[in-house]
Design a binder for this molecule. Sequence first.
Ligand code: G3I
Length: 394
Amino acid sequence: MMAGITRREWVKRGAMAGVGMVTAAAMPCLGQAAGTPGSEKTGVGAGSLKEHAEAKRLPVGAAVNMALLRGDETYRRVLAEQYNMVVGENCMKWAALRPTAETFKFDEADELVSFAEQHGMQVRGHNLCWHEQLPAWFAGAVTKENAAKVLTDHIATVAGRYKGRIHSWDVVNEAVWMKDGRPDGMRSSSPWYELLGPAYLEVAFRAARAADPGALLTYNEYGIEYDEPEEQGKRAAVMALLKRLRETKGPGGRPLVDAVGVQSHLKTANIAKLGEGIREFAGKARKMGLQVFVTELDVDDDSLPDEEALQQDRDVATVYGHYLAQMLQERSVTAVLTWGLADGQSWLQGEKSRVKHPQRMQRPLPFLVDENGTYRAKPAYFAMRDAVDGAKRR
Ligand code: G3I
């Protein structure tokens, strides 16, 4: 089901959109053959996000839904045409890779890496250690006694399989949770913490470094972007964690961590509180020798009043442009990925993200798919591209 409005409506509204707005007439039918000549505004061929990003030596990517990659030729084409980096939305998580304690299932992950390599795209690995998406057998099979070995073996097998083919791994995902009340902010409610204590992070990063010395080892986190008390507190705890990881030497005498992933699951509310603090964080990360990746960018628009879909898209685009313009001024920010391609494919279509407007689909991503299966670049796409154009070359 396509998000929001029909194509006919989109074209009509776009045509009426007026000055300063990318009109529907300029909205590309991105399902067209790659390289379709078009105006600068069409977003394909020379106007693609990838072309603009490559001019700045900045990888831009999207999280990939493997069912769509396997079953939708247009999805594959738009992905290859518009991006030079991919990350599996779910295919490299424990639940996907580990059907049993004894076996691995790599078909989807292999297919993602192959697709990327066929199209000259870099791959982010997501993720080697998380408190969510653990397989059903985990709780009954992993104990305090064997947990370090289970984690090490998993990472050695998975990261070892793709050695030399991964740009960066999200080695540990979301280990900070202030509500657990620890002074250091660590998520003590995580199964890994319960099994190994905070040492699980070092176990994971050491195993990843040993398995693939060429990959950038990343700590990935959400809820640290806004200048609101809760996020400021979490941001400080994440910075302290990064400092500990950076000061700990792993295999080869190298620091355990190379990069921090700022997931960037943003919202249309409180844009005035978005920017200063996270930019400062990115600057501190640079001084620590870390790269910063915008790893899961999308914009939750549930807080918007019911309004014209096009106005909603403009408001979402404003957040994209505002945030990326600030983040990309920080030289430590060296990759930008959205958490998906098109609105209807977003995790935000779930109930917990549509509280105020349960009947309204979220419009969080750079594309929409119209009723003909055509990918249309939205204002957020152009806001991303404009922010990339405004960035310094990496
Ligand atoms: O694969 C099973 C399928 O076999 C089963 O029939 C179906 C019904 O239960 O579930 C399928 O698994 C789902 C999986 O996505 C694959 O579609 C899980 O239930 C569902 O919980 C899972 O949601 C993912 C979520 O992470 C949890 O892993 C979302 O798609 C994904 O967008 C989301 O991504 C996370 C990042 O990894 C970390 N940062 C936050 C971000 C958003 O939550």
